[in-house]
Design a protein around this ligand. Structure first.
Ligand SMILES: *Cc1c(COP(=O)(O)O)cnc(C)c1O
Length: 391
């Protein structure tokens, strides 16, 4: 066929994860049974209360109609209560937009605020939607490099003034996927100040808000006084409640920013399935015990994996949030060749760091969402294959 795709598609960087999928499929076709630690998709069931609420909502004819653009008032109210209870932040009901997962919300937010030729500031390594979404909108991401030595925080003080003034948005996400980095409250204060000084929108992706360890609870960017003048924060039920396939999230913050996202969405979708939203209300009202158990379970996986990799020569700090490990590759490998080596020799699949931007070269991301036994088994397979970190 001679019809060309829109240019915006050709501008997207190669999707490393598609290459990875092919690699996994080839190995499986050879009859290999892989331990797949590539994707950050929780394997625990959502709380029983949430599943029951969903089943109950299925029998209500209202659930099967088009949802209203304004969203379910019960969910909006539950979001306001949740934000107060979990992060001590006050959001009004017209400062909330319900999303078909936060990935959808992020991509559409960038479409709402970025024209072709616009720029935005994005720290790398970062969750791909923060550079691929803007590219789809025709905009150009300006990379703020982050490195381990600085805790994977961008150095805002050294960003060129003309670059910061020209940009429209700065996108942040702490705790971070893929590096598992966290940011102290002072960093968010600095970021809000920076955004105001350069007239930038501050996007904060808070997908791992509840996935923290050792009592080190991450702060919401909106907890900085005055943040609501410039900030929109994206939340997801996927990781917190094991609901990744359900597609439910929300964004809160500056009303004008929320409204622009609503306007875009009005033209593209009707929001999530109403029964899912009803179950989401139940999720946001879960008692603290649920979250504590969930964190304990992930902390155990973290400890098994870090201790295991330490026994193979790696020197890793235990991350204080997320269910990822950001692991340097042994010398003689790059990210992709180490991924291939692991798959071929140990039947273990992990993600190449370059999928999260060029600065992810030299690292792989290991997602710790499978059972404790499988994680132990992955380490045992690596050991058996003679894989070690040699500096
Ligand atoms: C998983 C993830 C998302 C997407 O979550 P959904 O709500 O399922 O779309 C967004 N941001 C980060 C950093 C993530 O890891």
């Amino acid at each position: 066929m001679k019809i060309e795709e829109a240019k915006r598609l050709s501008k997207l960087p190669t999707y490393v994860f598609a290459v990875l999928d092919k690699l996994k499929a080839e190995e499986r076709a050879k009859g290999k049974e892989l331990i797949d630690l590539t994707i950050g998709s929780p394997s625990h069931l959502p709380p029983k209360e949430v599943i029951d609420a969903h089943i109950q909502a299925l029998s209500d004819p209202a659930s099967h109609k088009y949802s209203s653009f304004e969203g379910d008032p019960a969910f909006t109210e539950a979001v306001c209560q949740w934000c107060k209870r979990q992060y001590g932040i006050h959001v009004h009901k017209d400062e909330v937009v319900t999303l078909v997962g936060s990935k959808e919300g992020l991509a559409h937010f960038y479409l709402a605020y970025l024209d072709p030729g616009d720029t935005l500031l994005v720290p790398l390594p970062m969750y791909p939607s923060h550079f691929r979404g803007p590219v789809l909108a025709g905009a150009e991401p300006v990379i703020l490099p982050t490195v381990e030595k600085n805790g994977f925080l961008p150095e805002l003080d050294i960003v060129d003034k003309s670059i910061a003034d020209k940009a429209k948005i700065i996108s942040l996400s702490y705790p971070t996927n893929p590096t598992a980095a966290t940011a102290p409250p002072e960093f968010f204060e600095k970021a809000v100040h920076f955004a105001k000084k350069h007239n930038l929108i501050l996007v904060h992706d808070f997908a791992y808000a509840e996935l923290y360890f050792e009592g080190k609870k991450p702060v919401s960017c909106l907890s900085v006084p005055g943040a609501k003048d410039v900030c929109i924060e994206f939340h997801s039920l996927s990781k917190t409640f094991g609901m990744a396939g359900w597609r439910l999230g929300f964004a809160v913050g500056n009303k004008q920013l929320v409204n622009a996202l609503k306007t875009i969405k009005t033209n593209l979708d009707y929001g999530p399935f109403a029964a899912t939203v009803k179950a989401g209300v139940t999720a946001l009202k879960m008692k603290n015990g649920y979250f504590e158990n969930m964190r304990k379970a992930y902390q155990k996986k973290r400890d098994i994996a870090v201790d295991g990799l330490t026994s193979l020569g790696w020197k890793l700090k235990k991350p204080l949030a997320t269910f990822y490990l950001w692991v340097p590759v042994p010398s003689g490998f790059n990210a992709m060749t180490f991924v291939e080596h692991l798959i071929h020799k140990a039947d273990v699949a992990v993600s190449p760091g370059i999928g999260f931007g060029d600065l992810g070269e030299g690292y792989v991301r290991i997602a710790l969402v499978d059972s404790d036994e499988r994680i132990r088994d992955a380490i045992a397979r690596m050991k058996k294959a003679g894989i070690r970190y040699n500096g």
